[in-house]
Design a protein around this ligand. Structure first.
Ligand SMILES: Nc1ncnc2c1ncn2[C@@H]1O[C@H](COP(=O)(O)OP(=O)(O)O)[C@@H](O)[C@H]1O
Ligand SMILES: [Mg+2]
Length: 203
């Protein structure tokens, strides 16, 4: 049986990395084999592309094509083999992030990302997407406190407000796939909501 594809989404500082380990251990407790990974990255080639995309100023088309190049390699090397083996793939960011950041944040036409998504992964889409919806100012304060900011994290609040709005729009379009969690709450409160959502959505 093919495994389940679960993605974590939200703006920088929303809490994706914080909650990934909690989600993975909860799934493992229920007997699943979990492959935890991230985008851009998740492979040797992908991590090099990640460094480039997060570090170097570039045109939005170049940025988007590089993200999809990393995604193609990640699907080939990690995601598809794991799903074929029946594992649960827990991935920090996927194509929803490209719609949110490059379309929402940088005004790239959606049709461009739709075409690249079709080319790169056809009908494959996550079965469940956990969206940590966090206020841009709150998330930004967390990022500043966390470490030196990358090229995306240095964007202004308006950028993150557009990215957040685009994520919420995606969740409205696909309510069955998305589970929206209030990422502004204390970590323990987010985890209680997460635990309930996981019980409900995947048992
Ligand atoms: N609910 C929360 N309340 C307070 N701080 C949080 C919360 N969630 C995450 N953090 C902190 O904010 C920072 C960013 O969280 P992180 O999980 O790295 O975000 P993301 O992976 O979505 O960019 C981390 O230092 C983390 O400890
Ligand atoms: Mg993170």
């Amino acid at each position: 049986m093919a495994g389940q594809f679960i993605t974590l989404e939200g703006i920088d500082g929303a809490g994706k990395s914080t909650h990934a380990a909690f989600i993975a251990s909860r799934l493992r407790e229920r007997g699943r084999t979990v492959v935890q990974t991230r985008e851009p990255g998740g492979t040797a080639v992908g991590e090099k592309i990640r460094d480039l995309v997060l570090g170097e100023a570039m045109d939005v088309h170049a940025e988007t094509l590089l993200i999809f190049a990393a995604r193609a390699q990640h699907l080939h090397e990690v995601v598809r083999p794991a799903l074929a083996a029946g594992s649960t793939v827990l991935c920090d960011r996927f194509t929803d992030a490209t719609f949110a950041y490059q379309c929402g944040g940088r005004a790239l036409p959606e049709s461009h990302v739709e075409a690249l998504a079709r080319l790169t992964h056809g009908d494959l889409r996550p079965g469940l997407t956990l969206l940590f919806d966090t206020d841009a100012a709150t998330a930004h304060a967390r990022v500043v406190a966390r470490s030196a900011a990358d090229r995306f994290e240095r964007e202004d609040l308006g950028f993150f407000e557009r990215v957040r709005a685009r994520y919420l729009e995606q969740a409205r379009r696909e309510p069955d796939r998305f589970c929206v969690l209030d990422g502004n709450q204390r970590i323990e409160a987010v985890q209680s909501a997460l635990a309930r959502a996981l019980d409900e959505r995947i048992g």
